[in-house]
Structures are given as structure tokens and as C-alpha cells.
Design a protein around this ligand. Structure first.
Ligand code: ZN
Length: 178
């Protein structure tokens, strides 16, 4: 039997696309992520937004400039990808969507075996989430036009790491939604 799937949309937030840690390269994937979300909704695949939501003076800010502080506009999902009422939202304070969040129990309640991952950045939050998914026995698949990083090199290297270490399937979006 095919694994039941869920879609994770990682960190498509104002601060990362347009704000404090603005990434212009990342803006290119917005239409692709929209398509993937739409496909998921049409096919009964639960859509789970995973969003950085930091406390003030979060220790992560010793490494990165302040971003996505809870309650600020920067921490909100970009308007182009507005969640619907039936979607799920998981807030995180570290790279991995699993670290001290309710994601694992949510996926178990939904009887999910395979996670489609999209969003940013490929080599940071996406990759750490793929690793944590692997540790917990979930399969992972990434439509490659639906994630982005600060350079092609960083993205491609991360794809290889995830394929080699976590058995992640890296596929094209058109292949996936056809
Ligand atoms: Zn963060």
C-alpha cells in the first residue's frame, strides 16, 4: 500500500522572503510551492506549515540576525501562500521541524508515512527536517523546484546529502504532480 503523505511547507515567512533575512533567490519558488499546495489540497494530502517563531533574544540570534520573532509581521506566512482553515501550523524555534514541536505526534495521528518537504532553506531547515524525519522512520520526498538556498552549490550539495544519508527522493515538480 502506498504511504499516506503530508506536505510540509517550511519557513515561507515574510522575514525570509521579503524582510530581515530577505532572500531574492527564494522568491522564485513561490509559484511552484503554490502549485504543490494546490495539488496537495486537491488530492487530500494534509498541508502542514512549519514556521520559525522565535522568542525575543532567542539563542539562535547568536548565530543569525534577529528574525521571525513571534507576534511580528516578519514571522507571518507570506500572503501568496496563505493557509486555509483546514491546514495545520507548527511553530518551531530551531532548524528542524521536529525539534520540540508537536509535528511527530500530529503526523502519527494523521497516519502519515511519507513527507513531502518544500520551502527554505534547502541546506538548513529543510535538510535538518529530512534528517529528523529519517531518524523517526518517515520517508521523504522533495520536488526540487519547490526549495531554494543561497546558492546553487549549497542546494545541490544538500540534495546529495539528503539522498545519500536520509534516502530522500529528489524529484521534479512536474514528475511529482503528474
Ligand atoms: Zn530561526
Amino acid at each position: 500500500m502506498k504511504n499516506r503523505m503530508a506536505l510540509l511547507v517550511i519557513d515561507m515567512l515574510n522575514d525570509f522572503l521579503y524582510g530581515k533575512l530577505r532572500c531574492e533567490r527564494c522568491q522564485r519558488i513561490i509559484p511552484n510551492v503554490r502549485k504543490l499546495i494546490q495539488y496537495s489540497r486537491e488530492n487530500g494530502i494534509p498541508v502542514i506549515y512549519v514556521c520559525d517563531s522565535h522568542i525575543k533574544n532567542d539563542s539562535e540570534f547568536e548565530k543569525w540576525p534577529e528574525h521571525a520573532v513571534q507576534g511580528t509581521k516578519g514571522s507571518e506566512i507570506i500572503p501568496e501562500l496563505k493557509p486555509r482553515e483546514e491546514d495545520f501550523i507548527i511553530k518551531k524555534r530551531r532548524y528542524s521541524a521536529f525539534f520540540q514541536t508537536g509535528l511527530d505526534s500530529l503526523l502519527r495521528e494523521l497516519k502519515i508515512g511519507e513527507i513531502i518537504i518544500c520551502g527554505i532553506l534547502t541546506d538548513i531547515c529543510v535538510q535538518h527536517t529530512a534528517a529528523d524525519a529519517f531518524y523517526r522512520g518517515y520517508k521523504t520526498i522533495i520536488p526540487k523546484e519547490c526549495t531554494e538556498s543561497l546558492s546553487d552549490e549549497a542546494k545541490e550539495y544538500s540534495f546529495r546529502v539528503m539522498e545519500n544519508l536520509y534516502n530522500t527522493r529528489i524529484v521534479s515538480l512536474s514528475e511529482f504532480i503528474s
